[in-house]
Design a protein around this ligand. Sequence first.
Ligand SMILES: NC(=O)c1ccc[n+]([C@@H]2O[C@H](COP(=O)([O-])OP(=O)(O)OC[C@H]3O[C@@H](n4cnc5c(N)ncnc54)[C@H](O)[C@@H]3O)[C@@H](O)[C@H]2O)c1
Length: 725
Amino acid sequence: MIYQGNAITVARGTQNGGDDIAMLTFDLKGESINKLSSAVVAELDDAIKAIQGESGLKGLVIGSAKDVFIVGADITEFHGLFDKGEEYLVEMNLKVHDIFNAIEDLPFPTVTAINGLALGGGCEVTLTTDFRVMGEKAKIGLPETKLGILPGWGGCVRLPRMIGADNAIEWIAGGTENRADAALKMGAVDAVVPDESLEAAALDILARAFSGELDYQARRDEKKGPLKLNPIEQMMAFETAKGYVKGKAGPHYPAPVEAIKVIQKGAGEERGRAQAIEAKAFAKLALSDVAFNLVGLFLNDQVVKKKAGKYEKQAKAVKQTAVLGAGIMGGGIAYQSASKGTPILMKDIKEEAIELGLKESRKLFAKQAERGKLTTEQMAEKLTHIRPTLSYGDFGHVDLVVEAVVENPKVKDKVLTEVEGLVAEDTILTSNTSTISITRLAENLKRPENFCGMHFFNPVHRMPLVEVIRGEKTGDAAVAATVAYARAMGKTPIVVNDCPGFLVNRVLFPYFGGFSLLVEQGADFQHIDKVMEKFGWPMGPAYLLDVVGMDTAVHANEVMAEGFPDRMAREGKTAIQVMYENERLGQKNDKGFYAYEEDKKGKPKKVNDDDAYALVKQVVKEQKTFSDDDIIARMMVPLCLETVRCLEDDIVSTPAEADMALIYGIGFPPFRGGALRYIDAMGVGEFVKLAEGLAEELGPLYAPTDKLRKMAETGERFYSSQAKS
Ligand SMILES: NC(=O)c1ccc[n+]([C@@H]2O[C@H](COP(=O)([O-])OP(=O)(O)OC[C@H]3O[C@@H](n4cnc5c(N)ncnc54)[C@H](O)[C@@H]3O)[C@@H](O)[C@H]2O)c1
């Protein structure tokens, strides 16, 4: 044994009967995957030094004993490391460069055997060796820009020299996970073989290097030298890419463009100087709020997944489901279930509704086939997973039912009690209601413990969130099975307690409340939209209301006002009500705050409509002017405060889940990390001051809770680590 650590071992391996190959294996103890924590990187340093000190070696194979090669750096360490500042981060990366360069400079040929995943730092380890062989099912990539940073351990330097600037930009700026065949085509790896042949293939490559058939020194020189593009080619490649990538990433996500700049700046440089450029740019990005928030988002996502995983372990199998109602939501639920492989019965009372639901599903499957994601046979097979019906015939064999009929408590009561009488004792019943209390719907059921909410978002195939709502009598088995089913559908379930609006709509409607007040005080609704879109929302509030539908919004608002009269009930008409009364329902009838025309692709395109302005005038009481910051504060404060209340009222159990629900459910700007992360970034004290000032003029919708005031006094935060700026 040459080296034995907690995550790395180096042994002498055989090649043609000898023992002159160093076999370095990643196998992190106590974990199911390999990741590059600081401790593992320190081990790698020791392991390479041990190899350097060993005599009689003539080759190195790096591999993994787990199902994956290395999934990346240990992201749980990031906030702590970023806290140490720019200088520390530059030094840290230069040290890693020294270790990685030492692998690249070993006096014999080297090869990595990649199985499972080689992402981020894991991918960068593979780039240090002269050759790479990859398992057929493995994936490789540099997803760092998705975290608001850039590959800082040589990815921006080595990859462009290996696969060309254009290809490297695509991988790095896109943060893509790339399949083995694509990696081979681009020259990122030298061979693709079945997993079980990886080691043999790696040894074979070494043998060919020993025989001189493969020139490992030439490979090395290429990686270590400047990028082979003349200045004009460089200009063309980089400038075009920067323009394109900037347009795609948008103004709030600087990392992809910064990564291109690093590749460009380092292009004419040899290894050491190019790596220094990379280290500096990495540290700068790592200290940005965007990186802080995106890393936070990743960690929150882990919390949410872990919680769902725990429920899933206790869940009974959900093999056959049913949806009641084949409308917008029922149709979407049936498609999503079938698409991910759980057979589903789709029941409606109207033949036309069923036809429409099936037509939508066919359209969505056909789109996937067009994009090459499904073959025609697979598409036909998936469609058979949806079984349309007008009767309850096969409901005796259903594990879980999703009720998605019209939003009317009487109809829902009737349908739910009817179906409860037909299914097995342990079948789980769920409702996709957006506004009716789950505890209330359970009142007429014989087995309320088997009932909970399963709230999807529209359009179901696109929106990742499912709120799983626990009513007063809901049992753990119902929650567990519903969470498991949501996961099987490829969704992110978050478990919340019952209250009007549940979590997401309870938080969204105060935001619309802020919008109504602004409009009444003379703010232009199109300007509000522009400001909030610039802030990072995918659509402004007026546009969002048009998408939600004015009828839905008015109805939900009534429910919220009844539930929280102190802050959500109000006198006088809002612009939303005026739109509704004038049959401007939004996109569903082509007119709301905007008018809608069909674009070339047949999608609704919003255009200005003077009639909408004329109607809004009816509610305008003042003509105040608002700065962009005023608008942001008046929109964001009620939303953030309601999120705080949901946490205090135990509607949601952690800040991580609350923030992720808003990002996944209503498109809260991800780079801002969520409502509670937003308060933390502003500082709880500053936020409370801002809210109190607004509450004086605008009332209880803006009033901070006592607990939040206390947090401001004591300096408490929602998350433990702190953003930089
Ligand atoms: N549309 C949304 O954006 C959205 C989002 C989340 C939740 N929801 C909720 O989902 C539910 C359905 O909403 P939708 O937008 O799909 O409505 P929809 O009007 O498009 O569809 C309702 C369907 O239910 C059918 N139906 C009525 N009574 C029935 C019965 N007894 N048995 C079987 N089918 C019956 C109708 O024929 C219709 O096809 C509502 O509770 C709604 O609040 C809607």
